[in-house]
Design a protein around this ligand. Structure first.
Ligand SMILES: NC(=O)c1ccc[n+]([C@@H]2O[C@H](COP(=O)([O-])OP(=O)(O)OC[C@H]3O[C@@H](n4cnc5c(N)ncnc54)[C@H](OP(=O)(O)O)[C@@H]3O)[C@@H](O)[C@H]2O)c1
Length: 405
């Protein structure tokens, strides 16, 4: 691509002297930071969003559609402590989310305990993070028996597997919390049929648990969606918002369990991960088959995308990225975007149908319930790592300006 984006030169060791201006570097670094943190709260609504209320509940106009957003300012620490003063938060599972949400709850001063199986990797990890066996670290059953709010952060497959043991412990008056709508929405497949006499709520951070933690430590908050599946007490929504803030959210977007799980499964299989990987592979393979070198194919497919152009989209939108490129690049990109959209839209429709029909859920349950699923993933990761495109990428990364001495 014949892009003349100012930031493109930053990645090339040969031309980086041409673009060493501090302003340009700051712009790119700031754009990259926003891109890395995804929907971090530092991303204020743009000109299309207008705030209509100063505190708490906000009606925000997202491109003509008004949506409800809540913010953490309405739940200062003292209010959270008062609200949850009679609660024990039993957080079950200590993977990415358990780690991030659990440590944030602890740092917020709430009464949180962790429940994981004693022979698993999480038990050791939790101890490394300062959770003490018998004090605030227990096996799953003991933690649930002590909890008033049970935060089910086991893997989605494990939520289904352990449900027969967990369900009888969810007695009247407890609250059940998830970070994904997966288990209750697809209850025909997962068998997670929640008891009728408890509140069931969701807070789904829009990012990895590691980001939930790192943003909290920086004094910021991750954006999350929240939802109510069942409201027995009349307080379920308020509790979800308060818990969302307590686990480290900045802004909280209201959704439903169904919408959360459909959009999440769809997005990660599409543009967020699967779709983008497929597109990278297709473009790279054609370049290689047409005689281009690995470095050229990688630079024109991945490196320029991730290091220069995508951060610009993240910072200020598609038009801003187009505007930062040459008129030649812009003309071709605008012309071809329609054809790509038309070609890919049927695939996205197939994907959405597959998600809605529960096929993706079934696949995930079948695969991730196998005792050797970790080894199988490792084999798949190895195959990806060893593809020529990603081996070429490893070499290209060593030439990045920041990796030069
Ligand atoms: N990761 C994300 O970025 C993300 C983002 C938003 C929402 N979520 C949602 O958050 C929830 C937790 O996801 P996660 O990624 O944090 O965790 P995960 O890596 O999927 O799950 C890890 C936890 O599940 C436990 N576990 C697995 N199989 C088990 C079994 N048979 N019995 C008991 N425990 C078992 C593991 O314990 P051992 O160490 O003992 O195996 C570990 O503590 C899911 O609903 C997920 O969809 C995740």
């Amino acid at each position: 691509m014949a892009s003349r984006s100012f930031s493109r030169a930053l990645r090339s060791p040969l031309t980086r002297q041409l673009t060493s201006s501090a302003t340009q570097r700051r712009t790119l670094v700031s754009a990259s930071r926003h891109a890395r943190t995804g929907l971090a709260t530092t991303l204020k609504p743009t000109v299309t969003a207008s705030f209509q209320q100063s505190r708490g509940l906000k009606q925000i106009d997202f491109a003509g559609v008004t949506e409800t957003v809540y913010e953490r300012d309405d739940w200062p620490r003292e209010k959270l402590l008062e609200y949850f003063k009679n609660d024990t938060l039993a957080l079950i599972g200590y993977g990415s989310q358990g780690h991030g949400q659990g440590l944030n709850l602890r740092d917020n001063g709430l009464n949180v305990i962790i429940g994981v199986r004693k022979n698993g990797a999480s038990w050791k990890e939790a101890q490394q993070d300062g959770w003490i066996p018998g004090t605030n670290l227990f096996d799953v059953d003991e933690a649930i028996s002590k909890g008033t709010i049970v935060m089910n952060l086991l893997s989605d497959a494990a939520q289904s597997e352990t449900w027969p043991a967990i369900k009888p412990q969810l007695t009247k008056g407890k609250t059940l919390y998830f970070s994904h709508g997966f288990s209750p929405v697809f209850k025909d497949l997962t068998k997670v049929d929640v008891p009728a006499d408890i509140d069931v709520i969701l807070v789904a951070p829009k990012g990895s648990g590691r980001t939930v933690r790192s943003l909290f430590r920086e004094g910021r908050g991750i954006n999350s969606s929240f939802a109510v599946f069942q409201d027995v007490t009349g307080k379920a929504e308020e509790k979800a918002i308060a818990l969302g803030v307590a686990v480290g959210s900045g802004y909280l977007y209201k959704t439903t369990f169904e919408k959360e799980v459909y959009s999440d499964l769809y997005g990660e299989r599409g543009c967020l991960m699967g779709g983008i990987h497929g597109m990278f592979l297709a473009q790279y393979e054609v370049l290689r088959e047409r005689g281009h070198s690995p470095s050229e194919a990688f630079n024109e497919t991945v490196e320029e995308a991730t290091q220069s152009l995508y951060p610009l989209i993240g910072a200020n939108g598609m038009d801003w990225m187009y505007a930062a490129c040459s008129t030649t690049a812009r003309r071709g990109a605008i012309d071809w975007s329609g054809r790509f959209k038309d070609t890919l839209k049927p695939v996205f429709n197939d994907l959405y149908d597959s998600v809605k029909a529960g096929k993706e859920t079934q696949r995930s349950l079948d695969f991730n319930s196998q005792p050797d699923y970790r080894e199988k993933y490792e084999q798949e990761m190895k195959e990806i790592r060893e593809l020529e495109i990603w081996r070429a990428g490893k070499a290209v990364r060593t030439l990045r300006p920041e990796n030069q001495i």
